[in-house]
Design a protein around this ligand. Structure first.
Ligand SMILES: [Zn+2]
Length: 228
């Protein structure tokens, strides 16, 4: 139930109770307080839901997807308790819409490959682009994913993200860690999830934090927020 539905239902309760007398008036006050609490919590969420704006591909043609999920038109659904980690990516792009089109039209995925997106400027808004119930596997950890993929906008192997973007990302991560009971050791980069090749090199440089050395700064921000 979203806050609009809660507001609509509680205002009906309040209106109905007001016609019933003193005791009901008291109940109405509780309902009012509940509505305010729910609305306040929703407005405190560290992201804006933009899932409905993202294009989807009802006929995914990605080879891995077709092989792993024959006949399926969507990412596999998972339960909240099967989410055990967070994977950090850099997106290279600054447009979620362009990335969503690339993922659906060129890569042949059903949706964009990031659950959340953290912009690099203009206050660094955070957007939820895909439902965490969808097991996206951009971090290559297997066909059934157990992590939430978050994308920090930019080419972060060339230039470290601004502090503001790190803070917005950390705020989202603190929220998700609480929501899904994720320990900090399970907050990892795409490179750490994907591992090293036989030559001892990371299989991917994503999210770029070893290239221009911003991993330590990022975890300082995150750990600082967790202490608050
Ligand atoms: Zn990545």
């Amino acid at each position: 139930m979203n806050s609009l539905e809660v507001a609509s239902l509680t205002s009906k309760i309040i209106a109905g109770a007001a016609r019933l007398g003193d005791h009901a008036q008291e109940q109405a006050q509780y309902a009012q307080a509940l509505m305010e609490a729910v609305t306040r919590d929703e407005s405190r969420l560290p992201y804006t839901d933009r899932i409905a704006e993202m294009p989807v591909n009802k006929k995914p043609f990605n080879r891995d997807f077709v092989r792993n999920f024959p006949g399926s038109t969507f990412w596999p659904l998972r339960k909240p308790e099967s989410v055990t980690g967070i994977t950090i990516h850099h997106t290279l792009s600054h447009s979620p819409l362009a990335t969503a089109r690339y993922c659906t039209q060129t890569k042949g995925y059903p949706t964009i490959q990031y659950h959340a997106w953290i912009s690099a400027g203009d206050g660094c808004p955070v957007w939820m682009l895909a439902d965490p119930a969808w097991g996206l596997w951009h971090d290559h950890t297997g066909k059934f994913q157990h992590t939430i993929s978050i994308g920090m906008a930019g080419s972060l192997h060339l230039k470290a993200p601004p502090v503001e973007q790190m803070e917005a990302t950390a705020r989202l991560i603190v929220h998700l860690m609480g929501e899904y009971s994720i320990p900090i050791r399970q907050v990892q980069g795409h490179n750490e999830r994907y591992g090293k090749n036989k030559y001892g090199r990371w299989r991917t440089q994503c999210p770029g934090w070893y290239d221009v050395k911003w991993r330590a700064a990022f975890f300082d921000v995150l750990k600082g927020m967790l202490k608050e």
